[in-house]
Design a protein around this ligand. Structure first.
Ligand SMILES: Nc1ncnc2c1ncn2[C@@H]1O[C@H](COP(=O)(O)OP(=O)(O)OP(=O)(O)O)[C@@H](O)[C@H]1O
Ligand SMILES: [Mg+2]
Length: 436
């Protein structure tokens, strides 16, 4: 590649840059109009750390797409990173960038070849700027050793403090780059929370902004309001109001949940590496929570050969007829030669259990047995005896779970709890007999 030399076009771009902020850029180059909260964020003074904490669907990824494209287009040879707890999560703004580029001939003309997929997603521009997306998995091994002008950590509260400090921050050292942390609030004892408060307290190195989902006029507010009954008060505060909430009702501690996925050595939905070859001599158990009316059926398979138990298989689906669900339970049971398959045999579960009695046992939920099941999971997490890959639905359900769960979505929690119980209950509790 010939070394990059500024041409008249670059000079023109520079000139445009001087008159253009991200909002002007978004309007002129992308025909994209920010909502009020996004406008404030995009026009905020540039600080070495910027923290955006909002409700779900606020438009965080859209906003970071705009800002990143703006900087990549106007800053030759600048390097931009999207990082998150999984590659899928990091890819959301990356894919939005690709979409926007192909929608705008002017942006497309700047591309240096097609965006690449492997080994990592990569967009290269003719003037040398690049945008990539990486997962923060395995303590940031895919990020360490690189250098960037700007690193955007999306859903940063899921990422460990150590990875942000020891892997991501150092990639910014060469250029004195900017660290952007955006997230729906999760963790009051984490780095994002502290940086957020530093920003609000007036630290000149940090810009902090918060906003409820209501700021985004492009989501259905009526639908949002309808979710209120199916969430705990603190989940509502976090997910919609975008506020760090006290978790008085939480059953599972955030630190325990985070420890469980931070140590996992495979990422969902990819199967664990070489798993079938390694299955011989292992002890697997399956837990299944069955969908009631419109919720989800969840299968969770643990490798329970030794502690910590590892979640090696996870599946979640909706609206399948009972015979199909029964067939799936049997299929997974056989695939893993499960030592035990335990299914929720309450109510409709009975019908399914009838079809799989030869391979599965039923767990009848009573007030007492449910308490035992969940306490068993709680203790297992506290003692770091359970590990699972990052599955957002599972992680969020665990965090949002409360003892008063009548209106909550709990399928992932129950599926996992049943599998942990099947691995070996801590206490002898009556289950199954009532239905045999
Ligand atoms: N300025 C905008 N103009 C039009 N649509 C927008 C705008 N900002 C956000 N949206 C839309 O709002 C929805 C949420 O946006 P986005 O995915 O960026 O939010 P998020 O905060 O990252 O959400 P999540 O919490 O699910 O990660 C999307 O459908 C997106 O297209
Ligand atoms: Mg998002």
């Amino acid at each position: 590649m010939t070394p990059w030399r500024p041409s008249w076009k670059d000079s023109l771009l520079r000139a445009v840059q001087q008159t253009s902020d991200s909002v002007t850029f978004a309007r002129a180059w992308m025909q994209w109009e920010p909502h009020e909260g996004q406008r404030r964020w995009l026009l905020a003074p540039r600080r070495s750390t910027a923290v955006l904490v909002t409700g779900r669907r606020w438009g965080k990824d859209e906003t970071e797409t705009v800002r990143t494209l703006h900087e990549a287009v106007f800053q030759p040879r600048s390097r931009h990173l999207f990082a998150s707890v999984t590659l899928d999560q990091a890819r959301i703004p990356f894919d939005l960038c690709v979409e926007h580029i192909y929608r705008q001939p002017l942006l497309e003309a700047l591309l240096d070849g097609k965006p690449r997929e492997s080994p990592f997603p990569l967009i290269k521009f003719k003037h040398g700027a690049l945008i990539t997306a990486r997962s923060t998995a395995r303590e940031g091994v895919y990020i360490r050793g690189h250098k960037f002008h700007r690193a955007v950590v999306t859903e940063a509260d899921y990422v460990s403090e150590q990875t942000i400090n020891e892997a991501i921050r150092f990639t910014l050292a060469d250029y004195g780059g900017q660290l952007v942390l955006q997230t729906t609030p999760r963790n009051r004892s984490g780095l994002v929370y502290r940086e957020f408060w530093r920003g609000l307290a007036g630290d000149p190195a940090v810009y902090a902004q918060t906003g409820p989902t209501w700021e985004n006029p492009h989501v259905n507010h009526e639908y949002l309001r309808s979710l209120r009954d199916s969430m705990t008060a603190s989940a509502w505060q976090r997910e919609v109001e975008g506020v760090y909430a006290d978790d008085d009702t939480a059953v599972f501690r955030w630190a325990d949940i985070q420890a469980a996925y931070a140590e996992a050595d495979w990422s969902w939905p990819e199967p664990p590496p070489e798993e079938p070859a390694k299955r011989r001599g292992k002890r697997y158990v399956q837990g299944v929570d069955l969908a009631k009316s419109q919720d989800w059926t969840v299968h969770a398979v643990l490798d329970a050969t030794s502690r910590p138990y590892r979640l090696v298989f996870f599946e979640r689906y909706q609206r399948r007829p009972w015979p199909t669900v029964a067939a799936r339970i049997r299929e997974i049971h056989q695939q893993y030669s499960c030592h035990q398959t335990l299914i929720d045999a309450t109510g409709v579960g009975d019908a399914v259990l009838d079809e799989v009695r030869d391979v599965a046992q039923g767990y009848v939920f009573t007030q007492r047995s449910k308490l035992d099941l969940l306490t068993n999971l709680q203790v297992g997490l506290e003692k770091r005896e359970v590990r699972f890959p990052f599955v957002r639905e599972l992680v969020d359900e665990l965090q949002g779970y409360a003892w008063e769960d009548k209106n909550l979505v709990t399928d992932c929690v129950m599926g996992l709890a049943l599998s942990v119980w099947a691995a070996g209950p801590r206490w002898a509790v009556q289950y199954a007999p009532s239905i045999w």
